[in-house]
Write a protein that binds this ligand. Structure first.
Ligand SMILES: N[C@H](CCC[C@H](N)C(=O)O)C(=O)O
Length: 279
């Protein structure tokens, strides 16, 4: 089949975006794996599928598949690219857009400076939301926040709709992302696996972050991972409520006032090219 797509990235986290508002999305898992392959296909971290809304309260639906073909709950960098795509494609004349993902409704705002602010919803600390099995573990409390001992490190666990396990490190550049990342990503205590974040505190308003993502491995940026890291840092007492997150692919701004308040993420969304591929 001949597939039209748009290649995009959000701070270097890259995507193949497919407009399924006019014809239903019908790629097989093998076709998605080929599409995501950086040698035999187009290459991307995730595939984003834009669909018509099925609910009057939302403008669109938005489905996310890791480059393995596995459908997942959320993609923060992808949500910013989604907005840029639907506006540039003329699929909406709005600049504030409600979109439904698998388990959340997001409010997205395209700003005059071209960046996008996303209301990512509230973090969820209930272990069942990840899920995380803490049986037999005793957490260390940091400012009243539970840090869980797994594989010799301390993990802050939180769901942003998708699962995250964040650890604090002294230096992200020397952190064992390539070796410890996959061990945490597929650890038995995370039945649906997990995105493994490595956070260096640079100040109460600035961190550096690397994320070994579930399925995709280390990406240049992870939007939900940036939200998760800042939320863990705030709950642990290490960060204030507005934080600049330095990723290898660019800068994200995360804001959270605690409790059930939503996490706000602001960052770039870039179109690279339009293309077609025979799958
Ligand atoms: N790998 C993630 C999905 C993509 C998240 C990331 N690219 C983002 O920007 O939030 C997962 O399996 O939960």
């Amino acid at each position: 089949m001949r597939l039209r797509f748009t290649k995009m990235h959000g701070a270097g986290n890259d995507f193949v975006v497919i407009d399924a508002t006019r014809a239903p999305f019908a790629l097989t898992r093998d076709q998605m794996r080929l599409l995501g392959d950086r040698r035999f296909g187009v290459g991307c971290d995730q595939i984003l599928v834009i669909e018509p809304s099925t609910d009057a309260g939302a403008d669109f639906r938005y489905r996310i598949f890791n480059n393995t073909g596995d459908e997942v709950e959320h993609c923060g960098n992808g949500s910013r690219c989604f907005v840029r795509f639907v506006v540039d494609a003329g699929l909406t004349d709005k600049r504030e857009i409600h979109v439904d993902t698998m388990n959340r409704r997001l409010l997205l705002k395209l700003r005059d400076d071209g960046r996008v602010t996303v209301d990512m919803g509230a973090p969820v600390f209930d272990h069942a939301a990840l899920p995380f099995d803490a049986a037999g573990l005793t957490p260390r409390l940091e400012n009243g926040f539970e840090l869980w001992p797994v594989e010799g490190v301390e993990l802050g666990v939180v769901s942003m709709g998708n699962p995250h396990a964040v650890q604090r490190v002294a230096d992200v550049e020397t952190a064992p992302v390539a070796t410890l990342g996959p061990v945490i990503e597929r650890h038995a205590r995370f039945a649906k696996r997990v995105n493994a974040g490595f956070m260096q505190i640079l100040g109460r308003d600035r961190i550096a972050l690397r994320v070994y993502e579930r399925d995709a491995g280390e990406t240049l940026a992870c939007g939900t991972g940036a939200c998760a890291a800042v939320v863990v840092g705030i709950r642990a007492g290490w960060l204030d409520s507005t934080v600049e997150v330095q990723t290898r692919g660019g800068l994200l701004r995360i804001e959270w006032t605690g409790g059930q308040s939503p996490v706000l993420m602001t960052g770039p969304a870039t179109k690279v090219f339009d293309g077609e591929i025979e799958l």
